[in-house]
Design a protein. Structure first.
Length: 343
């Protein structure tokens, strides 16, 4: 999420307070790339059929169709192929002395609701573990990154803090094919809880249970995604109206950043299997589509308050967009020419 419209729920339990960097429990990473000099690419089953041809968009300015609505404030769509369901985080207005936002993960079969996956998730952005058995979530309620087991919703901690300090409010997350987790940490859902990051908003990665700083100078980092070949990490700077690109090394570390593109209020993001980048502009209510070289290919309209995107449906060629106004958020959809990531 981008703005302070809703603040997130957060109670740090004593158990989490003592834990600095916990292992991503029960996730089975896929084997490393055969070439030790090549970063792992997309998770298994996501982009296995080679680089698709043809244009991704049906024109330069298509519009998505509203499929269902009536939610409080949606974020973090992720497609679960086996179940044929879209999971979304639905955040409610902030409550309590610390002004933290409650959140629920809904299960949807657009254009219908299918039920609740986790009733008190405290989540924002969502992704999938490489083995497809867990949802990896930016959980602002406890100021952590968490994993929810798809089979029963059981929650474990992926990362609980950095160098003994609590994160601000983890917001968006992406996962590499070998299980390395990258996430953004603005302060949108920190509420009235203490700032333990010294005024900084950050980008982090988690490798084998250890948390590393990617960049501590991005103003309000928001959406985050990896290219299908694993060589580029994209991060949206909501406070700068910029999108940054970082070269990714095989061990998950990153090099110096460059400006990939500039758009107003960059929020959530996904990529397709040709490497095109789909970035939501929250203020514009549109998704900007860029080639891997940063050339804008067009935009997709979804209406005011767009927050995030994910590919799903048959063949993962439906782009789902979460957008709306507080109290009446919905899911929009549009069929595209190239399949993409489920988060």
């Amino acid at each position: 999420m981008t703005i302070d419209l809703i603040r997130s729920p957060a109670r740090r339990s004593a158990a989490l307070a003592g834990a600095l960097c916990l292992v991503l429990a029960a996730v089975s990473p896929v084997p490393a790339a055969a070439d030790p000099g090549t970063p792992p690419g997309a998770p298994p089953g996501v982009c296995d059929t080679g680089t698709p041809g043809g244009p991704p968009l049906p024109g330069t300015a298509p519009a998505a169709t509203r499929l269902l609505g009536g939610f409080s404030f949606l974020e973090g769509p992720v497609w679960i192929a086996g179940a044929g369901q879209l999971l979304v985080s639905d955040m409610s207005p902030a409550t309590g002395a610390q002004q933290v936002q409650p959140s629920t993960i809904h299960r949807l079969v657009p254009p219908a609701r299918a039920g609740t996956f986790v009733g008190a998730s405290g989540s924002n952005g969502l992704a999938l573990s490489p083995d497809g058995q867990q949802v990896i979530a930016a959980t602002h309620d406890s100021r952590t990154v968490s994993a929810f087991r798809l089979s029963d919703g059981a929650r474990t901690v992926v990362a609980s803090g950095y160098q003994g300090r609590a994160f601000n409010s983890p917001n968006d997350v992406t996962v590499r094919g070998d299980g390395v987790v990258y996430f953004t940490d603005p302060n949108f859902q920190r509420g009235r809880r203490a700032d333990e990051m010294g005024g900084r908003t950050n980008v982090f990665r988690v490798v084998n249970g250890q948390v590393f700083l990617v960049d501590g100078t991005v103003r309000q980092p928001n959406g985050i995604a990896l290219s299908p070949d694993g060589r580029v990490l994209y991060v949206g700077a909501y406070g700068e109206n910029r999108i940054y690109a970082y070269a990714v090394q095989p061990d998950g570390s990153t090099g110096a950043r460059s400006v990939f593109a500039s758009i107003a209020t960059p929020d959530g993001v996904t990529v397709d299997c040709a490497g095109n980048v789909y970035w939501v502009s929250n203020g514009e209510g549109r998704v900007h589509v860029f080639s891997p070289a940063g050339v804008e290919l067009g935009t997709i309209s979804s209406g005011a308050g767009a927050t995030n995107v994910a590919f799903g449906g048959s063949g993962r060629r439906t782009l789902f967009i979460t957008a709306g106004r507080t109290g009446d958020y919905g899911v929009y959809g549009i069929e595209l020419g190239v399949p993409g990531y489920p988060y």
